[in-house]
Ligand binder design. Sequence first.
Ligand SMILES: CC(C)(COP(=O)(O)OP(=O)(O)OC[C@H]1O[C@@H](n2cnc3c(N)ncnc32)[C@H](O)[C@@H]1OP(=O)(O)O)[C@@H](O)C(=O)NCCC(=O)NCCS
Length: 116
Amino acid sequence: MASDAHTRKPVGYVSVQVSGQGGPEGKASPVGPPFHGGVNIVVDPLAKRGGYGTAIIRALFDEPALADVETLGGAVDATNTGSLGMLRKLGVTEYTERKVGTKVFRNFIFPRPPAH
Ligand SMILES: CC(C)(COP(=O)(O)OP(=O)(O)OC[C@H]1O[C@@H](n2cnc3c(N)ncnc32)[C@H](O)[C@@H]1OP(=O)(O)O)[C@@H](O)C(=O)NCCC(=O)NCCS
């Protein structure tokens, strides 16, 4: 659950599924780096366009549980203006497209910003 930093009110939900590089095929081995986080996000419809979506995604890189994650990404319906706008604001400019039936999805990926 994502809450407003000042009011503490819940404003959205985000989940991240972390995946990593597997070992040799057919052999049981631990998953290793580089780690990637697949993101699913939803902002309360009443709180949309308040900057929360952008802020929530940026904050993910500061989550201790995601300290090893080097990239975040996901898939977005090509007609999802809200999500594409949010991604533009996050600096995502390139996508790979994938067709599923009549639907077009855009896969996006963005790297952890450099530490400052
Ligand atoms: C996608 C989503 C999480 C964005 O959250 P948000 O809090 O509304 O996003 P932000 O306020 O940070 O928006 C950032 C920018 O995206 C653009 N944007 C957001 N919603 C938009 C809309 N409905 N139409 C056009 N542009 C939109 C704007 O450029 C906006 O910046 P601005 O308000 O300064 O102009 C939210 O719309 C949502 O929950 N959608 C339904 C679920 C979903 O699609 N999840 C994403 C799947 S990948």
